[in-house]
Write a protein that binds this ligand. Structure first.
Ligand SMILES: Cc1cc2nc3c(=O)[nH]c(=O)nc-3n(C[C@H](O)[C@H](O)[C@H](O)COP(=O)(O)O)c2cc1C
Length: 393
């Protein structure tokens, strides 16, 4: 079992190899104590075991923080979805943007957009869009450790929106991104409505393609889900951001509320062009020996396959409202395969978000693209868009 400082199990996954877990624990601690911009879940994912690799598949470089990986994975050899057809059957339109595939890499799971490109065999052009880590007006250090914990079929996280602040993201990170490969979306957070509006205004004056409003973060003390769980407050945040930008706005809805349909309706009326459904669900884990919460923040957000059936239903419920206004949805919550992606699209999602799956299968997007193409062929369909909302009840 993995123990840091002889105390807690941290991120248990894969075969129970002591040496492997020792290294994971050390690196996790390093990540949690580092205040740099890359210290998000994707750094944690770069710990050996989470990629499900064996030692001789990994090439080590001298500096731990620039360690990179060499894969011999069949997924690396799969054709790019655009490569073998003149008309791309995976292309979808989302909030006026043309996306090469319906796959969206989710906020918090790929840092600020360039980290995953270090994975051999992965390219941002494999996905339709990448959502950057949640960004606030001022830099944030995030929550105290422990900030992630693996659960059965899922993961708890309470990163606490660690980020370098909007000016650094706009001034130093965006210029380094390759906008020819994919679409990039910001993820805007704040403690007050004014914060949300100001961060949106600063992203408006940047090359970012769209702005996702995160009113559903369960891991901060002010703002976040406190706005997202009250439909009228959600709408006020959206209206304030709408006033600051003409770029597409996507509102990320909370599953931790009574009536997600009403919330969706009010956000659309306040000017949201798209909806992201769902963010993580609140949960906790307890160390029974110490009788203390394992997550430093006490509670965290649950993601991964554990929440998939709930997310699917929420997408379906929101779609009932969204389709009346032609507002598209990024369906998300536990998607790991092409089958999952198809389920979410049938339920009403236009695009599908991949987050936690990347922690153990960094090339999941390639296999999902491939699986979607095979499904279209098998069902004699010419476009993945035909799946959107096609559920027959
Ligand atoms: C480690 C981690 C960090 C996250 N950080 C953010 C964030 O900064 N902003 C946000 O809107 N969602 C964040 N999320 C939520 C994801 O974007 C996604 O909505 C959620 O994990 C459900 O999808 P999944 O089950 O595929 O991971 C985070 C999730 C994880 C696991």
């Amino acid at each position: 079992m993995c123990r840091y400082a002889g105390e807690l199990p941290i991120v248990e996954s894969g075969a129970p190899k002591f040496a492997l877990f020792e290294i994971k624990a050390e690196w996790l601690y390093e990540v949690q104590c580092d205040t740099g911009i890359g210290t998000q879940a994707d750094d944690v994912a770069r710990v050996w075991g989470d990629f499900g690799l064996i030692e001789d598949q990994i090439q080590h470089f001298p500096c731990a923080r620039t360690r990179s990986y060499m894969f011999d994975d069949t997924a690396c050899r799969m054709p790019h979805p655009m490569a073998d057809s003149q008309t791309n059957s995976l292309q979808v339109d989302f909030c006026g943007l043309s996306l090469a595939t319906p796959i969206v890499l989710l906020s918090g799971c790929v840092g600020f957009g360039e980290e995953y490109t270090r994975v051999e065999g992965f390219s941002n052009s494999d996905v339709g869009a990448v959502v950057l880590k949640g960004t606030t007006l001022e830099p944030r250090l995030g929550n105290p450790p422990h900030r992630v914990f693996e659960t059965p079929m899922g993961m708890l996280n309470a990163i606490g929106l660690q980020n370098p602040g909007v000016d650094k993201v706009v001034g130093e990170i965006l210029p380094g991104l390759d906008f020819t490969e994919t679409r990039f979306m910001a993820n805007v957070c704040g403690s007050t409505i004014e914060d949300y509006a100001e961060v949106t205004r600063r992203f408006d004056d940047s090359p970012i393609d769209a702005i996702e409003i995160n009113i559903s973060c369960p891991n901060i003390k002010e703002g976040g889900v406190q706005f997202g769980n009250v439909p009228a407050m959600s709408a006020r945040v959206v209206a304030a951001c709408r006033a600051e930008t003409k770029k597409p706005i996507i509102t990320k809805l909370s599953p931790n509320q009574t009536d997600i349909r009403e919330n969706a309706r009010l956000c659309i009326e306040a000017g949201s062009d798209g909806l992201a459904v769902i963010n993580t669900m609140m949960g906790m884990a307890i160390d029974i020996e110490k009788r203390t919460p394992i997550i430093g923040n006490v509670q965290g957000g649950l993601s991964g396959p554990a929440i998939k059936p709930i997310a699917l239903l929420k997408v379906r419920q929101v779609y009932e409202v969204a389709k009346l206004h032609n507002v598209p949805i990024i369906g998300q919550g536990g998607i790991t395969s092409a089958n999952d992606a198809i389920e979410f699209m049938l339920a009403g999602a236009t695009t599908v978000g991949i987050g936690t799956a990347l922690f153990y299968e960094p090339l999941a997007c390639k296999t999902i693209n491939q699986g979607l193409l095979e499904y279209l062929q098998r069902h004699n369909m010419s476009s993945v868009s035909e799946l959107i909302g096609a559920l027959q009840v």
